[in-house]
Design a protein. Sequence first.
Length: 509
Amino acid sequence: MTTTPRTPTDPAALTPVERQSVARTLKDARLLKTEVLAGLVVALALIPEAIAFSIIAGVDPRLGLFASFTMAVSIAFLGGRPAMISAATGAVALVIAPLVASHGVDYFIAAVILGGVFQVILGLAGVARLMRFIPRSVMVGFVNALAILIFMSQVPELIGVPWLVYPMVAVGLVIVFGLPRLTKAVPAPLVAIVVLTVFAVLANVLVPTVGDKGELPESLPSLFFPNVPLNLETLQIIAPFALALAAVGLLESLMTAKLVDDITDTRSNKTRESWGQGAANIITGLFGGMGGCAMIGQTMINVKASGARTRISTFLAGVFLLILVVALGDIVALIPMAALVAVMIFVSIATFDWHSIRPTTLQRMPRSETTVMLATVVVTVWTHNLAIGVGVGVLVAMVAFARRVAHFVTVERTEDTVDGDRHATYTVDGELFFASSNDLYTQFEYATDPHRVTIDLHGSHLWDASTIAALDAIQEKYRTHGTDVKIVGLNEASSRMRERLGGKLGAGH
């Protein structure tokens, strides 16, 4: 048997883990070109987003742009998920905007720094392990909701604009969808941006541009220490916002990291990503940035549209961003928004899990799974808050799971007579917890059973105090009818729990 040796210049022949290696990428011109161009495309897409998020937060656009630079550069070294893009985000802007309005920018920056500290603590405490409790249906809903939100965020750019914007967006979409079928040597989003920018400049057309979004900075970011009193009162003001920022940022970042893991067929260090996000937010705050977290739109541009796989693209996205807005701001300001709208629409279409809504998929999928996915999508889109949407999705999944497991509990009654003495045996099979043990109480024939009853729990396990209380209530109910009840078959863990809690949870049912 003969095999064709892989060559280092053939990216398609490399394994996903090899593609993720910075050292290998630096030695391979084709891989390095992919990372460099991907970083450039992401940087161009970050500029209008960062400015828009700054406006949402109620701060100067420079705070969003500086945050995108420092977050991207910092997380390139500190993060646990290669190729993921972190920058100023709408989720953070929405959480922190009320603090800016009520107390000003200095308190806002202080909250960003404290939020970063919270994230470091949560990361070291192992909060990333909670990701295992997020079901696949919630993940699918998260992805689909983000795709919808990305598309919706582009709609304002298509309302009340010159008619020429629409054919320009159409041309941009043709390029980003069609060019990869001809060649993947250059990222299609970059070609779309360059082509439409050149056309807009040469034709001297009046269409909205990046420069219309806000003033670009003319200097590098510098160290910034928020002018706030270092006392308990300040802590009471900023701590709730900082904790909300930490929770939303970690959730969005870890969910995005999990999505990139699936796309690239590689694993990432979620614990490192958690404290890395915190450290990046601390650094961002100390440079006067508005803070941020992982950005799924830009990450999809980097990973899915441009094919990047390493930290190099993340680092260069931050570096290119700073160069573009500081040194080449006049040129960047000329980029028509139509080009970036086309790129983001492409990202939204590519991000959406179309397989999840096919009729054949919906027919095969359990209704509870579909309900969880739809609940996640609806709440996320309705609130524009990923944390709330995912939280509701997980809650719906838990309720659906509890109901499904509760129905797996069976109670079988048998009766025999020995020497004229009747004896009833109830065999309980299934997991007993709050959802199933409440129904357990109604499964017995208290009034008609003989005076000797055995409850056999060999096929069951007691999970919580609700089950212990239910067994106590069953015994008490039989006692009022003068019936002697014997419970047998408890495994070791269930027996210990019953010894510890039995008879101590209050009578009655």
